[in-house]
Design a protein around this ligand. Structure first.
Ligand SMILES: Cc1cc2nc3c(=O)[nH]c(=O)nc-3n(C[C@H](O)[C@H](O)[C@H](O)COP(=O)(O)OP(=O)(O)OC[C@H]3O[C@@H](n4cnc5c(N)ncnc54)[C@H](O)[C@@H]3O)c2cc1C
Ligand SMILES: Cc1cc2nc3c(=O)[nH]c(=O)nc-3n(C[C@H](O)[C@H](O)[C@H](O)COP(=O)(O)O)c2cc1C
Length: 692
C-alpha cells in the first residue's frame, strides 16, 4: 500500500568499482532501525530522479578514480556544479554531508569528494554533519564505520528541525516497523537478537561473554586469526547488526545446465602469448596479443582493456566442497527474495542470473578472493558451533576487534576459503555468502601497442602474481586474472627472442581458439602528445612501461608522417628492472627506438643484480642523477612528464624526487615544490596512470 514516509533524505552515491554503492546501501539498510528513510540514488540520475537544487538534505557517498577524477557515473553531476555561471547561494537550501572514498597511495587523495564538498559549500550549502575521508590503503572501514555510527544523531536532529522530506512509497507494512511512518519518532527497531545480547543506541549488539562457555585459552600469548588475547578476549563486544537474510535458493535437481552470461562484452581471440622474462626471473611477465578486428573494438595509445576473468576452478571446487554443496553445484538453482525478509529493498544482484548453477555463481559472478567483509563474518557467527570459534568470529567483526580484523584478515588478504578453513565448525548457508560478497571485478590492463601500426590487434603485458601459502592463507595461489591467463595460454606461450616481432605478425594471421571476454576503457588524460616538438619524459619501471611501448610506436609513426624539418622534442624513458638478463621487458624494441632516434635517451635502473654496479637502483635514483636536465624539463612550460605503474611506492617516490630537484635547484620549500607539481598536473603537464 502507498504510504507517506517522512524523515526521508537523499542518499546519493558515485561509485566506480562498487564500494561507495555498497556503503550507500548499508546506510539505507540501517536507516530502517533508526526510523529514517533514504532514497538511494546514483549520481548518474541527476535531473532524472533528483534535482539537487530542490533538495533540503542529502548524504553523498563518493569515490575517486583515475588521477583524482570522479567515477564515470558522477562525472555529469560534478561537471554541472562546476559551472562558473552558477550564482552564489545557488544551493543555500541544501544541508548535506559527504563520505569520500579514496586511497592515499594515489596522489590526489579523495580529490573528487573533497572537490565536491568544497564546491557545495561555495554554492551556499551547509554541513549538518562533518565530512569523512576514508582511505582504502588502510581499510575504508576505519573511517566509514564510526562515520556511519555518528551520522544518525545529527541526521535525526536535522530532520526534526523540519528539513526531512516526505515521499510516497509502496511499503509492505508487515516488513517494516511502524516507527518509520511516525515522523517524529527516532525509536530504533529492536530486532530479535541472540541470547546474551543487548542493543545500544547505534543499533549495535553488545555481546555479553561467558568465559566458561567459550573456554578461554590461558596459554595463548600472541593473537592470531583464530585466537585472541586479553583485553579483546575478555571484554564485551559491539557487533554489527546481523544483516537480515534476503536470498532464497531453490534447487531444481532435474535440470543440469551451465548458462552463459548475457553481456555486451566482446569475446576476442588471443593471437599470441610471449613470455618476456627468463625462466629464472623472480616474476614471470607475459605479453598477450588479442585480435580485435571482428569485435570492432577501437582504441588509442593510453587506453586499457578490462579482462573479465573467472575464479580458479580448483578454488571454486574447494569452496563448494567445504560448503558441502558439491553435489548440488551443477543443478539449476533459482534465486528469489525471501518474502518475509526485513532487508530494505532487497534485490538479487544484477550480476547474478536468477536461474543458473552454484558453480556458475562461484566461478564467474562473485569475488571469492576478497577479504570477507565484517557483515559476512557477522553472518558466519550464526552458523558456527564451536563456542571458541564463534567468539573469535564475533571479535573479528566487532568494533573492539577492528585492529585484529585489519591485521589478520585485510592486510593478509585472506579469502573466504582461508576463513572457512580456519573456522572448521562454521557451516554457513550458501545464500549468506552470495548476499555478502562483491562482484568479481574485471582487471584492467594498459595497451602496449599502437593501432596506427596494426588496428586489428591489441597487446598488453602483466606479471603473473604468485601469492605463497602462509600468514593465514590455507594454500598458495596465483592472482585471479593473471593466473587464469597464464594457464589459459600455456600451450601457445613462447619465449621472447629476436624474431619475436616478426613471428608475432605471422601468428596474427592464425585464428586462435583461445577466446577471452574483454571491454575497452578510454583514458581521458593519458595520451601521447600530438605536438611532436614537445619534450617528453616517460617513467615506467616493470610493467609500467606498457603504455610507453604503444606511445613510442605511435611517435615513430607520427614522425614518418611529418616533413623532415619538423622539430622533434627529446623523448626520455626511465625504465627499471631487477636483472637486465632476466626481466628487461621490451629490451629489443627499446634499443631499436633508441637507434632510430624515436627515443633520445633510455635510462635503465637495475635493482637487484649484484654484478651491475654502474646503474642506479630505482627510477627515482636515475632521475636524481640527471638532476640538471630534469630541472630544465620541469621548468620548461612545454615539456611533459608521464608516470605509469605501481602507485604504492614508485609513483610516490618519483613525485618526491621531482620535489627534491625543485628544492635543490630552485631553493623551493616543501610546500612550494608540492604546489609546483600540482600546477603541472592542473596544466596537463604531469600525467599518471598508476595502480595498486
Ligand atoms: C587502469 C589500470 C591499468 C592497469 N594496467 C596494468 C598493466 O598494464 N599491467 C599489469 O600487470 N597490471 C595492470 N593493472 C593491474 C591489474 O589490473 C591487476 O590488478 C593485476 O594484474 C592483478 O590481477 P590478478 O587478478 O592477477 O590479481 P588478484 O587476484 O587481484 O590479486 C592481487 C592482490 O594480491 C595481492 N598480492 C600480490 N602478491 C602478494 C603476496 N606475495 N602476498 C600477499 N598478497 C599478495 C596484492 O596486494 C593484490 O591485492 C592495471 C590496473 C589499473 C587499475
Ligand atoms: C584506477 C584507480 C584510480 C584511483 N585513483 C584515485 C585517486 O586519484 N585518488 C584517491 O584518493 N583514490 C583513488 N582510487 C581509490 C578509490 O577511490 C578507492 O579504492 C575507493 O574505495 C573506490 O570506491 P568505488 O568502488 O566506489 O569506486 C583509485 C582507484 C583505482 C582503481
Amino acid at each position: 500500500m502507498p504510504v507517506i514516509v517522512k524523515n526521508r533524505f537523499l542518499l546519493l552515491y558515485g561509485s566506480q568499482t562498487g564500494q561507495a554503492k555498497a556503503i550507500a546501501e548499508e546506510i539505507a539498510d540501517r536507516c530502517v532501525e533508526q526510523g529514517l528513510h533514504a532514497d538511494v540514488i546514483c549520481l548518474s540520475q541527476t535531473e532524472k530522479k533528483f534535482n539537487i537544487e530542490r533538495e533540503s538534505s542529502a548524504v553523498f557517498i563518493l569515490s575517486t578514480t583515475g588521477e583524482g577524477d570522479p567515477p564515470d557515473t558522477a562525472a555529469k553531476f560534478v561537471r554541472r556544479l562546476k559551472k562558473k555561471t552558477l550564482p552564489d547561494g545557488y544551493l543555500s537550501q541544501l544541508n548535506f554531508t559527504i563520505l569520500g572514498l579514496g586511497d592515499t597511495n594515489y596522489t590526489n587523495f579523495c580529490n573528487c569528494p573533497k572537490g565536491l564538498n568544497q564546491r557545495l559549500l561555495e554554492l551556499g550549502a551547509h554541513h549538518f554533519y562533518p565530512p569523512g575521508w576514508a582511505d582504502d590503503a588502510v581499510g575504508l572501514e576505519v573511517v566509514v564505520e564510526p562515520w556511519i555510527d555518528n551520522l544518525w544523531e545529527p541526521l535525526k536532529k536535522h530532520q526534526m528541525n523540519g528539513f526531512g522530506g516526505e515521499t510516497t512509497v509502496t511499503i509492505d507494512k508487515t516488513n517494516i516497523s511502524e516507527s518509520i511512518m511516525d515522523s517524529g519518532s527516532d525509536t530504533s527497531v529492536i530486532k530479535p537478537v541472540e541470547l546474551n545480547t543487548n542493543m545500544n543506541s547505534n543499533g549495535n549488539v553488545i555481546v555479553e561473554i561467558d568465559n566458561s562457555d567459550i573456554g578461554v585459552n590461558q596459554t595463548v600469548t600472541v593473537a592470531s586469526l583464530t585466537e585472541s588475547i586479553p583485553p579483546l578476549s575478555t571484554i564485551g563486544l559491539n557487533l554489527p547488526t546481523l544483516p537480515p537474510p534476503y536470498i532464497h535458493l531453490q534447487y531444481n535437481t532435474d535440470n543440469i545446465l551451465f548458462p552463459s552470461a548475457a553481456s555486451e562484452i566482446k569475446s576476442v581471440p588471443i593471437t599470441s602469448a610471449t613470455v618476456l622474462t627468463s625462466p629464472d626471473a623472480v616474476k614471470k611477465t607475459l605479453k598477450l596479443s588479442i585480435g580485435i578486428q571482428d569485435s570492432k573494438i577501437t582504441y588509442e595509445p593510453g587506453d586499457s582493456i578490462s579482462v573479465i576473468c573467472p575464479n580458479s576452478t580448483e578454488e571454486v571446487d574447494s569452496i563448494l566442497k567445504r560448503l558441502d554443496i558439491s553435489d548440488e553445484a551443477d543443478c539449476e538453482v533459482n534465486l528469489s527474495i525471501i518474502p518475509e525478509t526485513t532487508k530494505r529493498k532487497p534485490t538479487i544482484p544484477l550480476y547474478i542470473p536468477e536461474s543458473c548453477t552454484l558453480r556458475y555463481i562461484f566461478t564467474t559472478c562473485i569475488d571469492i578472493r576478497e577479504p570477507p567483509k565484517k557483515a559476512l563474518l557477522r553472518a558466519f557467527v550464526e552458523y558456527t558451533d564451536n563456542p571458541t570459534e564463534k567468539r573469535r568470529l564475533q571479535e573479528l567483526c566487532s568494533k573492539q576487534g577492528a585492529s585484529d580484523y585489519a591485521q589478520f584478515i585485510r592486510e593478509k588478504n585472506l579469502s573466504i576459503l582461508d576463513i572457512l578453513t580456519a573456522f572448521q565448525s562454521c557451516h554457513p548457508a550458501v545464500s549468506s555468502l552470495i548476499e555478502h560478497t562483491s562482484r568479481l571485478k574485471p582487471r584492467p590492463y594498459s595497451a602496449c601497442s599502437a593501432p596506427c601500426i596494426n588496428k586489428n590487434s591489441l597487446s598488453f603485458v602483466f606479471n603473473v602474481i604468485e601469492i605463497p601459502e602462509g600468514e593465514g592463507r590455507c594454500c598458495g595461489r596465483q592472482g585471479v586474472c593473471t593466473g587464469w591467463l597464464d594457464k589459459l595460454t600455456e600451450s601457445i606461450q613462447r619465449s621472447y627472442n629476436k624474431q619475436s616481432l616478426e613471428t608475432e605478425l605471422e601468428s596474427l594471421s592464425l585464428s586462435s581458439s583461445i577466446q577471452i571476454p574483454i571491454y575497452c576503457r578510454n583514458n581521458q588524460h593519458f595520451r601521447p602528445p600530438t605536438d611532436l616538438s614537445r619534450r617528453v619524459v616517460f617513467i615506467g619501471p616493470g610493467t609500467g612501461v606498457a603504455p610507453f611501448i604503444g606511445f613510442l610506436a605511435h611517435r615513430q609513426h607520427q614522425r614518418q608522417l611529418v616533413d623532415k624539418d619538423t622539430t622533434y622534442g627529446d623523448t626520455w624513458l626511465f625504465y627499471g628492472c631487477r636483472h637486465p638478463n632476466k626481466d628487461f621487458l621490451f629490451e629489443e624494441e627499446l634499443e631499436r627506438y633508441k637507434e632510430t632516434g624515436v627515443l633520445t635517451k633510455l635510462c635503465v635502473s637495475v635493482s637487484r643484480d649484484p654484478d651491475v654496479l654502474d646503474k642506479p637502483k630505482y627510477v627515482q635514483d636515475y632521475i636524481l642523477q640527471e638532476i640538471n636536465s630534469i630541472y630544465d624539463i620541469l621548468i620548461d612550460d612545454t615539456s611533459l612528464i608521464y608516470v605509469c605503474g605501481d602507485a604504492k611506492n614508485m609513483a610516490k617516490n618519483v613525485n618526491e624526487v621531482f620535489m627534491k630537484i625543485l628544492k635543490i635547484k630552485k631553493g623551493m620549500t616543501d610546500d612550494e615544490a608540492k604546489a609546483f607539481i600540482m600546477t603541472m598536473r592542473l596544466h596537463k603537464r604531469y600525467f599518471e596512470d598508476v595502480w595498486t
